[in-house]
Design a protein around this ligand. Structure first.
Ligand code: PAZ
Length: 327
């Protein structure tokens, strides 16, 4: 909750929990939850310290892309947002390079790690026939295809990348909870890097039309309710030892830092990364309880991105979190 002068007001956790419980109770159950649980269990075992594996890896959950809000239970129409998943995909590559195991919780159809340089319009651009039965990669794309196959297959085969797709707000929040609870026992060695653009408003499942809404019924009058804020519960209950980073996007630079500060305090995040829509690929501001650090893309290097210095900084902060008091 926000006061009229923009400062954060503490909402009692009991009230928040009741809203969250009601959200989860009324959400349509995840279709593939048993399969997701199994994949998570195997991934965590693989990246935990055992006599066979050697030392444990740090584990980060990177959320990426935007959630949809369905308007009908047999969904024909939905509300969506702009997020392309570029931030999450790029950051995943840098986390893997830095030695992390990444759970990539991503919106179906958005950017994928190691595949950012491939044309998506259409992907078939990359290939051509050599003869009637064989194809090859066309020359201009050969480096990008090799990089994608090599990076992606190596990370997946080594057990350093687990990709879990979502579409709706219901799927996203249920999966985030499953991930948080699954990695909780790894303690401070875990990180949440929540770059997904999560819907603020939704139609509760029980209030949603079952069938396609008919235009013959006249103007559409629909009530959207607020999605309960899960960040404080993630911090306090689901994964209390994890290092938690959330993102704040605004289009108005005047309010960006104030909103980021508020999120930091209200949800007790360790870091909030503030960014503006138009400059998000050029610079971000890393906001902590005592610092505001501008992180910029190195413009002298063609093809550089802001995620490189950002992840370097966050990995360093995570190391300090692991050494220090982390509750
Ligand atoms: O996905 P993308 O690369 O197009 O954009 C990234 C972003 C702007 C969605 C991300 O940096 C971000 O700010 N996520 C949180 C958005 C929010 O305030 O809900």
């Amino acid at each position: 909750m926000e006061s009229t002068n923009g400062t954060a007001i503490e909402v009692p956790l009991g009230q928040v929990n009741a809203e969250i419980e009601s959200f989860f109770e009324s959400a349509p159950p995840l279709k593939d939850s048993a399969d997701i649980s199994k994949k998570l269990k195997e991934f965590i075992e693989l990246n935990s310290a055992t006599p066979g594996n050697g030392s444990a890896r740090r584990v980060v959950c990177v959320s990426s892309g935007g959630t949809t809000v369905p308007l009908e239970q047999r969904c024909v129409r939905y509300i969506d947002n702009f997020s392309s998943g570029h931030r999450g995909a790029t950051s995943t590559e840098y986390f893997i390079n830095a030695g992390y195991a990444v759970i990539y919780l991503y919106r179906r159809g958005t950017f994928q790690p190691y595949c950012r340089s491939l044309p998506d319009d259409p992907l078939l651009e990359c290939f051509e026939f050599i003869d009637e039965s064989d194809i090859q990669v066309r020359q201009p794309y050969s480096e990008a295809v090799k990089r994608a196959i090599n990076g992606h297959h190596t990370a997946v085969a080594a057990g350093h990348l687990l990709k879990l797709p979502f579409t709706t707000i219901f799927e996203y929040l249920q999966m985030l909870q499953m991930i948080a609870i699954s990695i909780r026992n790894l303690g401070p060695h875990t990180m949440f890097y929540l770059a997904a653009a999560v819907s603020d408003f939704y139609v509760p499942w029980k209030d949603m039309a079952e069938h396609k809404i008919q235009s013959a019924s006249g103007p559409l009058d629909m009530r959207l309710v607020q999605v309960p804020k899960m960040l404080s519960v993630l911090r306090k209950e689901w994964a209390p030892m994890a290092f938690c980073i959330s993102f704040k996007l605004e289009t108005d630079s005047e309010i960006l830092l104030q909103k980021a500060d508020m999120a930091l305090k209200k949800y007790k995040m360790h870091v909030v990364v503030a960014n503006e829509l138009l400059t998000r690929k050029e610079e971000v501001i890393v906001v902590t309880s005592d610092e505001k650090i501008h992180v910029c893309r190195d413009k002298t290097r063609p093809g550089s991105d802001v995620e490189k210095p950002l992840i370097e900084l966050l990995v360093e902060r995570h190391s300090a979190h692991i050494k220090g008091p982390h509750a």
